[in-house]
Design a protein around this ligand. Structure first.
Ligand SMILES: [Zn+2]
Length: 488
């Protein structure tokens, strides 16, 4: 009886310690959001709205087959910028890299400071053939209706080009003088990889020894109901983007007639290898930018969720399990595999001599191509299957403790007072990766508040932006310029 009483007492006191520690962690969790400051100045709204509307009307469409690109439209777009932003074109130096990628240099008055760069792209994806009629307004009309501007590029990413230029034009009209150099850089082929645009801008600037404190590109937006347990909209600033690689699994061997098959055929072995990879996925780990994301949102969560995230040291396996349930959140915490192409066989009664499959992989920061290949080989455990891999690893991870990130977070907070602004890991590729080599930090953020439906419209049908959001985006770019110029 005494023994039972003693063990009960021990259990009770351990439980009490557990409760005290975990409650302490929850209640002392500090918010990582700055207080919003008053937004500077008011912009010329009519000019801004009409200019974006007109910008949409140029069919600056990118195609994988570059010969299909109508370069006359690109030329006209550049001339249109000159007419629309007279002060920018008078006060800033414009250089056309490779004919179409635009670099505007706004000279600062303190040469001891490193420059910052604001970048976006003015090419857009095509409108899928056969979907034109599904648009409420013609995709290249730039229609202004229902408090919105409609058309391809309103979100991705003419809003970035026109938004940044509107911000600069406005600041110039008020006599604003930056202390550090500011580069406004606009690519013309982001949607097909940026090789002739952003990549060439980077190599040109690199030759001149130009290094940036940070470069800000398009990327995460502010979205409602994005993180469970957070009632406020959450704005995510990409501090890294996942790598993208392709692995080929192939096998060659004797074929033969289908009337006398071997137990293990080439198709069966490649299919078996894929099945093994799907069953034994890359290990999940809540680390890096995703761990940071939860550190930033946890203090803003409802009590239950806050309790879980404040005590990650205990609940991490549970959190990971929950995140693994949905493809979108699973992709945040592990390198993903997606079999996308399968090649084998030509005739119904002949066993193919060759079989191969292509697997698309999205790599977590820190996972090297070599490690990923190793993992695939060990998992499929079939020496006859040859594995080759090519592609790119994840970009570097930019700082979240420096003034660079803080100036972006502060600027977003000034404009979107309600939003929680946090770092995150981007799945999609952007031009930002090209800037990695010449910028200490690269951030990816589109300063607009969207619904998850809007996100689908980005490369889809009925892309549009509300005028309210667009004007806020311009304010954000002004804030970033001002905030970043206060810093060393
Ligand atoms: Zn884009």
């Amino acid at each position: 009886m005494k023994k039972i009483k003693l063990s009960l007492m021990i259990t009770a006191s351990l439980l009490l310690v557990f409760i005290i520690v975990t409650m302490f962690n929850t209640l002392t969790l500090q918010s990582r959001q700055p207080s919003p400051k008053h937004v500077n100045g008011s912009i010329k709204e009519d000019h801004a709205i009409n200019t974006l509307s007109k910008a949409i009307q140029f069919k600056t469409v990118s195609y994988q087959d570059r010969s299909k690109m109508d370069l006359k439209e690109f030329d006209s777009f550049i001339s249109f910028l000159e007419l629309s932003f007279p002060m920018v074109h008078e006060e800033l130096e414009l250089e056309k890299v490779n004919g179409y990628a635009l670099v505007y240099k706004w000279k600062g008055n303190d040469s001891t400071k490193l420059p910052i760069g604001l970048t976006s792209h003015y090419d857009v994806v095509p409108v899928l053939e056969g979907t034109e009629a599904n648009w409420e307004h013609d995709p290249f009309s730039g229609t202004i209706a229902e408090g919105k501007i409609w058309g391809r590029g309103t979100l991705d990413d003419k809003i970035g080009v026109i938004g940044v230029l509107e911000a600069a034009e406005h600041l110039l009209s008020e006599g604003y003088q930056p202390s550090r150099d500011i580069y406004l850089m606009f690519g013309h082929d982001e949607e097909i990889g940026g090789d002739k645009g952003a990549a060439m801008i980077v190599s040109t600037l690199n030759e001149r020894g130009i290094k940036f404190d940070f470069v800000l590109d398009e990327g995460g937006a502010i979205v409602e109901n994005m993180v469970p347990g957070v009632n406020k909209p959450v704005g995510v600033v990409g501090v890294s983007e996942k790598g993208s690689a392709t692995a080929e699994l192939s096998i060659e061997g004797s074929g033969g007639h289908s009337s006398q098959p071997k137990d293990r055929t080439n198709i069966g072995r490649i299919a078996g290898a894929i099945a093994k990879l799907e069953k034994n996925q890359f290990p999940a780990d809540l680390r890096g930018p995703v761990e940071d994301l939860f550190e930033f949102v946890a203090p803003e969560m409802s009590f239950g969720m806050k309790y879980v995230f404040a005590n990650k040291f205990i609940f991490e396996p549970v959190i990971e399990k929950i995140l693994l349930k949905q493809p979108a959140s699973a992709a945040l915490i592990r390198t993903t595999i997606a079999p996308t192409i399968f090649h084998a066989g030509e005739q119904y009664n002949a066993l193919p001599e060759k079989a191969s499959a292509i697997v698309n992989l999205r790599l977590m920061p820190g996972d090297s191509l070599e490690e990923v290949k190793d993992f695939i080989e060990k998992t499929i455990d079939d020496e006859d299957i040859k594995v080759t891999i090519e592609g790119s690893e994840a970009s570097g991870v930019s700082s979240i403790d420096s003034w660079h990130f803080k100036s972006i977070q502060q600027s977003a907070k000034n404009v979107y007072e309600e939003a929680v602004i946090a770092p995150y890991l981007m799945f999609a590729g952007s031009d930002a990766k090209h800037y990695d080599s010449i910028a200490e930090n690269t951030y990816r953020f589109l300063p607009v508040q969207l619904t998850s439906e809007d996100l689908n419209r980005m490369h889809g049908t009925n892309e549009h932006i509300s005028i309210e959001n667009y004007l806020k985006a311009i304010s954000f770019y002004m804030e970033v310029i001002i905030e970043a110029n206060k810093e060393q």
